[in-house]
Design a protein around this ligand. Structure first.
Ligand SMILES: *Cc1c(COP(=O)(O)O)cnc(C)c1O
Length: 375
């Protein structure tokens, strides 16, 4: 993915450097506020990346050794890894073959008395049905891995609105980037305050508050450390980029949705199934994937042919249970996960792509699949 960065981001970063405040400071606070507003959450807590956002969210809920967390295998491996980082056990559940998101019926089967959370991934920006998941979750908290879902919508509201805890990524592969970076959003003020302490060594006073006190703006307060925290902070340099990127988000998503619609038009005559909006929401199409028909050559052959034609497609979403890190890890049958990971590819979709480029991609795909475009 080609990140959409312009002179505004470069200026914002340069200004931050000149200000002298490069670590966690006022720009982080401003970025948190802007991001919370954008996704319809009461609070946002900026962190170093989405993996730490996921870890901290689970840690906050008391997930630890002996606990189980239900998660899709069909996700970037960080989803499952963050569960392991708490000492808990990831329990893989299969996905819906159409949306690629975790199937509530499979989650219901995976819940045991040890289940302490469900990690629901809005995969590739495709909004997952949070309400349907809550209906099977009962008392088990649903944490949202919204790494890919900034700007996606669910029942008329942004993904993140009403979320118990949602974790976001600002890696350059995502729609909104700060280089590295992440965020946790929630409507719970006490949780947000504790997350702020936990991301910064458990410190009771933030750097911004201490600075204000030292400048005489408020009473001097000595910080305390009531619990063992982490260093998961974001810097003001990252937040300065983030502030510009948040203001671009709606436009970025509009552009991606137009390109997805164009791909749908071009792919229709080939009879290929591509990811689409679910009935209950709108995707930001961070990942635009196409399922290969049964008649198609192997995934590697198709990607090789496409690369030969100058088209940089990627394999579909990975399946964590097939990686060495999870070798021997028990799991139920995951037929839809295995089919989607081995038989889907992600087409290029970025702001520099022209209509002609999209036609070139689809023509190359038709050739690689030995299909007749007929147009
Ligand atoms: C990218 C991604 C992550 C990890 O995000 P980082 O910011 O790189 O830690 C986690 N979950 C999903 C679903 C992702 O796509």
């Amino acid at each position: 993915m080609v990140p959409m960065l312009g002179p505004e981001e470069a200026d914002a970063v340069a200004e931050t450097v000149r200000s002298g405040w490069v670590a966690d400071g006022p720009r982080v606070v401003a970025f948190e506020k802007a991001f919370a507003e954008e996704v319809g959450a009461a609070h946002a807590v900026a962190v170093s990346n989405c993996t730490t956002a996921l870890h901290l969210s689970l840690y906050l809920l008391g997930v630890g050794p002996g606990a189980e967390v239900v998660v899709p295998s069909l996700s970037f491996i960080a989803s499952a890894n963050a569960i392991r980082h708490t000492g808990a056990t990831p329990v893989f559940a299969d996905v819906d073959p159409v949306t690629g998101n975790m199937d509530p019926a499979r989650v219901a089967e995976a819940i045991t008395p040890r289940t302490k959370a469900i990690l629901l991934v809005h995969q590739g920006g495709q909004p997952a049905d949070v309400e349907a998941m809550r209906a099977v979750a009962g008392d088990v908290p649903v944490v949202e891995d919204a790494a890919c879902a900034a700007g996606s919508r669910l029942r008329g509201r942004p993904v993140g609105a009403g979320a118990l805890l949602a974790a976001w990524s600002f890696h350059p592969r995502k729609v909104l980037t700060t280089g590295e970076g992440g965020m946790i959003t929630t409507d719970d003020a006490e949780w947000a305050a504790r997350l702020r302490r936990l991301r910064s060594h458990g410190m009771s006073v933030s750097a911004a508050d201490r600075h204000a006190a030292e400048q005489g703006a408020s009473k001097i307060v000595l910080e305390g450390y009531e619990e063992t925290g982490f260093n998961y902070r974001m810097t003001d340099v990252q937040a300065a980029m983030g502030l510009v990127q948040v203001s671009r988000l709606a436009g970025i998503v509009r552009g991606r949705r137009e390109m997805a619609a164009r791909y749908h038009e071009l792919l229709a005559p080939l009879g290929l199934r591509a990811v689409r909006d679910p009935s209950y929401g709108e995707s930001n199409f961070q990942s635009f994937w196409v399922e290969l028909p049964d008649s198609a050559p192997s995934l590697i052959d198709v990607l090789t042919d496409l690369a030969g034609a100058g088209v940089s497609a990627r394999r579909g979403i990975m399946a964590s249970h097939l990686e060495g890190a999870y070798a021997g890890h028990p799991h139920p049958p995951l037929p839809h996960t295995e089919r989607l990971t081995s038989r889907s590819i992600i087409l290029p979709l970025h702001h520099e792509l022209t209509d002609d480029d999209q036609r070139t991609v689809v023509d190359a795909l038709a050739k690689a699949l030995r299909l007749d475009p007929g147009i």
